[in-house]
Design a protein around this ligand. Structure first.
Ligand SMILES: N[C@@H](CCC(=O)N[C@@H](CS)C(=O)NCC(=O)O)C(=O)O
Length: 217
């Protein structure tokens, strides 16, 4: 299997966590943002990574990749056996994907272009960061909205601090998705300091999945 990815993308991390959790062998092909479209769009009709290429199929979108992996490699399970709980896990996964992953992207790139510029002040890095900011319309007002959304989200997700898994008694798509999509915040001192439980959980899930820890952890 081949995973088309951006090496720093949190949605690609989400796919790698599931591949690792399922103990599957795979290779990665790192694409260049912008040029990636020429490789990805003819394959999936989408412009986004991750994309998983197998012998017989091409799967675009991290949620589809989760469904595909569970089908071809049911053990260890990523889906909960109780169908009501699995529905809740999908609900969380979708909310994290569509709302929270976007909020972390806004906050992360804003940070990297301002207070966090010291992490990589090189021209090459700042050019990429600014292209991403333009592409997604990341401006001060939008970042403030994202911060508020994230604060509420972290309040909701704080149940995780006192229970092993987000939903039920087993690892699920919700745990892996939260771990990947919140991971960019580990580089931002304010989040690093205020949410120690989150970093413990993200570290634990990365160990379970055999995935390298994100920058900042
Ligand atoms: N819902 C998609 C989101 C993936 C996504 O937003 N990927 C970003 C990288 S983090 C991307 O490919 N952006 C490039 C573009 O939109 O052209 C998924 O879960 O796979």
């Amino acid at each position: 299997m081949l995973l088309l990815q951006f090496s720093t993308s949190h949605y690609c991390r989400k796919a790698r966590l599931a591949l690792g959790y399922k103990n599957l062998d795979y290779q990665v092909e790192n694409l260049t943002p912008g040029l990636h479209i020429f490789r990805v769009k003819p394959l999936t009709g989408l412009t986004t990574v991750p994309v998983l290429i197998t012998e017989n199929e091409v799967i675009g979108d991290s949620t589809n990749i989760y469904q595909y992996l569970e089908k071809i490699q049911p053990e260890p399970p990523l889906f909960l056996t109780d169908s009501q709980l699995q529905k809740q896990a999908w609900l969380l996964e979708d909310w994290l994907d569509e709302s929270i992953g976007t909020a972390t992207r806004f906050i992360y790139y804003h940070f990297r272009a301002n207070e966090g510029k010291y992490i990589d002040p090189s021209l090459a890095s700042q050019v990429v960061i600014n292209i991403v900011r333009k592409q997604y319309n990341i401006n001060f007002a939008a970042v403030e909205l994202a911060k508020n959304r994230l604060e509420k989200a972290l309040e909701i997700l704080s149940v995780w601090a006192s229970q092993k898994y987000l939903i039920g008694n087993n690892i699920s798509v919700a745990d892996l998705t939260a771990s990947a999509l919140l991971s960019p915040l580990a580089l931002i001192p304010e989040y690093k300091k205020n949410y120690p439980w989150l970093w413990d959980k993200i570290t634990e899930i990365h160990h379970i999945c055999g995935e390298k820890l994100p920058p900042g952890l």
